[in-house]
Design a protein around this ligand. Structure first.
Ligand code: GDP
Ligand code: MG
Length: 595
């Protein structure tokens, strides 16, 4: 145990976690030259392509220091807010953290929020100034920021580069000197924290854990405390570039277990593994179920593909327990699923995986958050879909979820950022200058306002010089109304939105204008109306056009005529018939494109 060190790397996205991890793996010869490629730990295709870390990954390095053999367990963490739950689990499995800061960017929103998580878990922090090879690195200024933030000395900050390898050996030495060895009693009942799991098509679910107390052996009968399920440990071992089976693992060890677990749902990140015989009395605390925050309908373009879509969703859920879905039907779109996602990036990733891995052509509806509706009969229901909101006459009060948003930006953009947040019904909590040029703004904002286009707007008004992170911050009552869209008098449930009363009229008008742009002209006039209850608040018309593709065929050639009709049908594929109106896929996301 004295020769084990468990650490994670925390940083704002793109500050160089994965690249620096590569250098550590190379330096310790954990990965041979032959296997080396950029960002080895990011194994999912999508991760490699987008250059982001989605799942956390763990790997053990052997390192000889002054004649002593050390085992260093590195736990890589995702940097994006949507996956912050995984960050906090990974952190809970460590005794120390490398805090990586890009020397050209300085401290950003996620640097701070991840640092707070690490401090909460009493981790020893090793500050690392990365990208020192770049000519625009500003080490003095960023060091001042770091010292302000964590109260260390200049000498404590390691200068490094994931590109040149500068500082890598120093980092390894500091890991050994500064980070405490794990504690734990090998004789005590088994207590192991599950911090991640992956799906492997040959071996089923592989759960990653860190042992706090006790030992685990191959063939042991173990129990997962939260799910109450029991399994035989078919295989246990440590994580190298691949899996390395071991007979026994003890306190402080980071390892994996394979035990006939079929789906990710059976393994709850944050759960405790113990023995069925002689179980531990208390689970390792901090377990909380991950809850999806953003919901959207996902519908097959062709109704016949419904079962295939269900199959694809089942498969995705096998290795992504944070994805939830249940069948839903829409008058406009037919049968599909209401899916829950951790955030907007998660939603995008799932959509992309459906397309890429399953070749599924789907229509996704506008994302929304979940609301609590307190009804006049005293009951409370949770509403996941605007069209599921009960009639306003039966509602006493609607509560919507809020987030606490941390935004760090250059001083010159404080005004525009402030305006954007206020426009999104945000409430300023604090404003704090980190340096003369940079400020941290903290806002309470309804989550529902963030899911639309907040990120994009923030990026464009700050010219990219603002970073953003958030945490859930409870529910608050809101004056919300349901805005419906009617096409030729028929309500299209998939286009309903919940919107703040004060913004409803202008929103309805913009929706109608946008839909007019997006819905192609057809053989009759199409009336587009926005309504709140029975009251129409806006209207536009798409004028009729007669587009007769067979006119040129002189009535003669039947096969040619059929071919043309066939072709016309194909062109409509990405359209959905709603009543007598054909609505293109992009119209269902019109809300996201309002100016
Ligand atoms: P992560 O999001 O924190 O995992 O960041 P990555 O490791 O994916 O790095 C983000 C980008 O910065 C990539 O394009 C890297 O090639 C680049 N990068 C990372 N470290 C360095 C460095 O030390 N110097 C330079 N010049 N570029 C780096
Ligand atoms: Mg990464």
């Amino acid at each position: 145990m004295e020769n084990i060190r468990n650490f994670c790397i925390i940083a704002h996205i793109d500050h160089g976690k994965s690249t620096l991890a590569d250098r550590l793996l190379e330096f310790t010869k954990t990965v041979g030259e032959r296997d080396m490629h950029d960002q080895v730990l990011d194994s999912m295709d999508l991760e490699q392509e987008r250059g982001i870390t989605i799942k956390s990954h763990a790997i053990q390095m052997d390192y000889l220091h002054e004649g002593n053999a050390f085992k260093l367990n590195l736990i890589d963490t995702p940097g994006h807010v949507d996956f912050s739950y995984e960050v906090s689990r990974s952190i809970a499995a460590c005794e120390g953290a490398l805090l990586i800061i890009d020397a050209t960017q300085g401290i950003q929103a996620q640097t701070i929020s991840n640092l707070y998580l690490a401090i909460e878990h009493d981790l020893e922090i090793i500050p690392v100034l990365n990208k020192m090879d770049l000519p625009n690195a500003m080490p003095e200024a960023v060091e001042e920021q770091i010292i302000d933030l964590i109260g260390c000395d200049h000498e404590d900050i390691i200068h490094a580069s994931g590109k040149t390898g500068e500082g890598v050996e120093k980092i390894l030495e500091q890991i050994i000197h500064k980070i405490p060895a794990p504690k734990g009693d090998p004789e005590a009942p088994l207590q192991a924290l599950i911090f991640d799991s992956v799906f492997n098509s040959f071996r089923g679910i592989i759960a990653y854990f860190k042992i706090t107390n006790g030992q685990i052996r191959k063939k042991d009968l173990v129990k997962f405390v939260a799910t109450k399920k029991e399994y035989y440990a078919d295989e246990v071992g440590v994580l190298k570039l691949g899996l390395e089976p071991k007979d026994v693992l003890g306190p402080g060890d980071v390892g994996y277990i394979i035990s006939g677990i079929k789906t990710a749902k059976e393994v709850k990140v944050g759960d405790t593994i113990t023995h069925v015989k002689n179980p531990c009395e208390i689970a390792i605390d901090g377990f909380e179920e991950v809850k999806p925050m953003v919901f959207a309908g996902v519908y097959p373009i062709d109704a016949e593909d419904y079962e295939e879509l269900r199959y694809a969703m089942d498969k995705l859920q096998l290795n992504d327990a944070s994805l939830t879905f249940e069948p839903e039907s829409s008058a406009a779109l037919g049968f599909g699923f209401r899916c829950g996602f951790l955030g907007m990036l998660h939603m995008e990733i799932i959509q992309e995986r459906l397309d890429r891995e399953f070749d599924m052509n789907v229509i996704t509806t506008v994302p929304n958050v979940s609301y609590k509706a307190h009804l006049t009969d005293g009951s409370t229901i949770t509403v996941y879909n605007p069209s599921g909101m009960p009639a306003s006459t039966t509602i006493q009060e609607i509560d919507e979820p809020y987030i606490r948003a941390n935004i760090i930006t250059a001083s010159e953009f404080i005004g525009p950022v402030m305006n954007l947040c206020l426009d999104k019904r945000g409430e300023l909590i604090s404003q704090n200058y980190l340096t003369a040029e940079r400020a941290e703004l903290v806002f309470n904002i309804p989550l529902g306002e963030i899911v639309f286009d907040f990120y994009d707007k923030l990026k464009s008004i700050s010219k990219g010089y603002a970073s953003f992170d958030y945490h859930m911050n409870g529910y608050k009552p809101a004056k919300l109304v349901r805005l419906d869209i009617l096409l030729n008098g028929e309500m299209v449930d998939a286009l309903s939105t919940l919107i703040h009363f004060d913004n409803a009229t202008s929103f309805g008008r913009r929706m109608c204008e946008k839909l007019k742009e997006l819905i192609p002209r057809q053989q009759f006039d199409i009336a587009i109306q926005a309504a709140i209850g029975a009251k129409i608040i806006a209207r536009e018309t798409v004028k009729a056009v007669r587009k007769d593709v067979t006119a040129k065929c002189y009535g003669g050639d039947i096969t040619r005529k059929r071919k043309l009709l066939e072709k016309q049908k194909k062109g409509k594929k990405r359209m959905k018939q709603v009543g007598n109106v054909e609505v293109p896929q992009k119209a269902f996301l019109a809300v996201l494109k309002l100016d």
